[in-house]
Write a protein that binds this ligand. Sequence first.
Ligand SMILES: [Zn+2]
Length: 261
Amino acid sequence: MKYIDIHSHLNLEQLKVDHESVVFRMVENNVSTITIGVDYETSKEAIEIAGKYDFIWAGVGLHPTDNANEDFDIEKYEVLAQHKKVVCIGECGLDYFRVVDEATKEKQKELFKSHIEIALKVGKPLMIHARPSKGSQDAYEDALEILENYKKENNSLSGNFHFFVGDIPIATRVLAINFTMSFDGPITFTSDYDEVIRFIPIESIMSETDSPFAAPAPYRGKTCEPYMVREVVKKIAILKNLTEHEASEVIFTNAKRTFHI
Ligand SMILES: [Zn+2]
């Protein structure tokens, strides 16, 4: 495999229904993926799917807002986290996009810290979802404050900020704790991320789709699939003055280093 989509949801309905053709298109395009749980059920499903293919891995965690009905059971997640096909803990983090009150923010922070505890215990990296409220960097600032504190005690803590939409000062703080950032379809149809991608060293960048969401150009409007990650890699290559081949190689190396795959 030449390409890697480090964040997909083959376990969500849109991709699950026809999951064999989704995987077939991945193979045709030399694309591997890490498929990510958003709650306990989808985390278990991510492991099941990953178990069937040697070019698919899994992430387990409870998304900060995707399943408000689930009571987080740290012990149950620890068991999943130890599975050999699980290469990251998440997605987990802070989502302030829909205005949230202080009590909800505190709850999200506690949940995020539980995931950090699991990551440290099993020695696997975090897959972080951080979505700020409109026009701010608030979720990044709070997530980084938590991570910077943990990092002082435990330098081994590692991870990736998925679907990165932060600015250069935030990217600087992410680099300072030696975490990586991954980018998605939107970089192919807006120039909003050009500057921050040019700023981040290629060694700290990875490609993803967040499929079934956020299809890149020229597939906009379609259900997003992991094979479309090639368009994301192409755009990163252009912004970093690399060939597509060079960019895909460095990104794959980054994923191997980050996720021990
Ligand atoms: Zn996701």
